[in-house]
Design a protein around this ligand. Structure first.
Ligand SMILES: Nc1nc2c(ncn2[C@@H]2O[C@H](COP(=O)(O)OP(=O)(O)OP(=O)(O)O)[C@@H](O)[C@H]2O)c(=O)[nH]1
Ligand SMILES: [Mg+2]
Length: 458
């Protein structure tokens, strides 16, 4: 096992409430016999154990744990009582003690019984993959709805643990109806409290959803198309988001430009205004109870006019990650093969050597122009201009250009056009009328034509 260090100093308090943030991360992965080669595994969407462990360590660091040790525990099968074998349980107990770890992260799905048994054996808090992702989501939820969904998922997780351990106890007592003991009544109380809280959250969620719908409807009136960045966690979405907002002109005066740190209204070099949206990163094996919470944070993606699928092509699991992302898109009702809508962004090309780069360039060039991925480095900025052009082309195809005649004295009409269309040109013609060329979404074109005399349209 390799010792791991974080850059920041630990404050000695873990977010999970244990006395120490010193953590050991273990990856108990069942050996796979079927896929021997890397290529075969990628085909199956299966990941390499080392990469899986690295991801788990990354997640632990993301909740500010101090990872003092990490390692893979290969398994032939999963033990019902402790998930991993007794020898390993004992070995890790020794490590926990000598390293003074307060928490052990097990990168797998533990049953409540397994979790309890391991906590007892190690005398440390044990967090499985679901628990870990719940912690991260709790920290990342930016919207009210997201936060509520995460709390709901957390409570459901806790409750399932309570209920299951309760029925487990009941079974142990041989079904004599031996209820009412202190253990059970405490669990009953806890369960009731959780259920009450769940009901309150569900009520609140309903309200928030209604409010968001109102908010969305008002945003829908803004004619700008939305470009949403999606991708596996750590692919470089936020870095690219920052890069693109720097390469464009920020429309800071817009209402929602400041409403949400992940939405920016920007003007592309060609003059088109768009809303750029950063989103939460996808992750493999997302616990089902978290899917709703996850989706709440992805609303912009569903409404997006163009989706930028950001991939870390320098990552050995890039294919498996891409499959995961496409699955999530499908579950959101988006067809990942819709080249009208999707642009693949092959990020982190600065990390490739000359051969790797050439290989990817060839791969990209072999694809038809409409679905050609754009190679970029969000860090160095290489390829950013090509990406912007690709966005402009893709969105431009979907928009309709109209030449209008407006009475220059009609200030309200002019400002209506500025608000509801993308004004490309404005000139006074010989009769003292204002000739305007505007670009609109097909859905808005009818309204514009009805309101203004149209000269011609392309
Ligand atoms: N070398 C290199 N590193 C990059 C590039 N883009 C992003 N990174 C690094 O990759 C890491 C993750 O970048 P983020 O932009 O936070 O990734 P993300 O997709 O937003 O991740 P989540 O928000 O966690 O889903 C950071 O350390 C970045 O500095 C790139 O083009 N080249
Ligand atoms: Mg990000």
């Amino acid at each position: 096992m390799e010792p791991r260090r974080r850059d920041k100093d630990s404050d000695g308090l873990s977010p999970t409430g244990s006395a120490t943030g010193r953590a050991i991360v273990i990856g108990p992965y069942v050996r796979r016999h079927a896929a021997r080669t890397v290529a075969a595994r990628a085909e199956q969407g299966a990941r390499l154990p080392a990469a899986r462990l690295e991801e788990a360590v990354g997640l632990a660091l993301a909740i500010d744990l101090d990872v003092v040790q990490s390692g893979i525990v290969p398994l032939n099968d999963i033990r019902p009582a402790t998930y991993i074998g007794k020898g390993k349980v004992d070995e890790i107990a020794g490590l926990v003690k000598s390293l003074e770890a307060g928490i052990v992260i097990v990168d797998g799905a533990l049953s409540p019984v397994q979790q309890r048994n391991l906590e007892k054996a190690w005398n440390a808090k044990v967090l499985d993959r679901t628990g870990l992702i719940l912690e991260i989501f709790g920290r990342r939820a930016r919207t009210k709805e997201g936060a509520l969904q995460v709390e709901l998922a957390h409570l459901t997780y806790q409750k399932s643990r309570l209920v299951r351990s309760w029925t487990h106890l009941e079974r142990q007592r041989g079904g004599f109806g031996f209820l009412g003991g202190p253990g059970e009544s405490q669990i009953e109380t806890d369960r009731r409290l959780i259920e009450e809280r769940v009901r309150r959250i569900e009520d609140e969620l309903e309200k928030v959803k209604k409010r968001r719908k109102l908010h969305r409807d008002s945003r829908a009136r803004v004619p700008y198309p939305i470009a949403a960045l999606v991708g596996y966690t750590n692919a470089g979405k936020s870095t690219l988001f920052n890069r693109l907002t720097r390469a464009t002109v920020l429309e800071a005066d817009m209402l929602f430009a400041t409403l949400d740190p992940t939405l920016r209204a920007v003007k592309l070099p060609g003059g088109m205004k768009i809303i750029l949206s950063d989103t939460v990163g996808f992750i493999s094996d997302l616990p089902t109870m978290l899917v709703a919470a996850f989706r709440a944070t992805l609303e912009e993606v569903i409404e997006a006019d163009v989706i930028l699928h950001v991939r870390d092509v320098s990552h050995e699991d890039t294919e498996a990650q891409s499959h995961d992302v496409e699955e999530v898109l499908r579950s959101l009702g988006i067809d990942p093969d819709d080249e009208q809508k999707l642009i693949e962004v092959w990020n982190k090309i600065d990390r490739l050597d000359a051969d790797g780069r050439t290989r990817l360039q060839n791969l990209a060039e072999r694809k038809p122009a409409g679905e050609r991925p754009v190679l970029v480095s969000a860090i160095t900025g290489e390829g950013a201009d090509r990406l912007i052009t690709a966005i402009e082309t893709r969105l431009g195809q979907r928009r309709i250009v109209l030449d209008l005649v407006v009475d220059p004295a009609d200030g309200a009409a002019v400002s209506w056009l500025h608000r509801h269309t993308e004004v490309m040109e404005k000139a006074m013609d010989d009769d003292g009328k204002l000739a305007m060329t505007v670009r609109v979404d097909p859905s808005q074109a009818g309204k514009v034509r009805a309101k203004f005399p149209t000269l011609s349209h392309h």
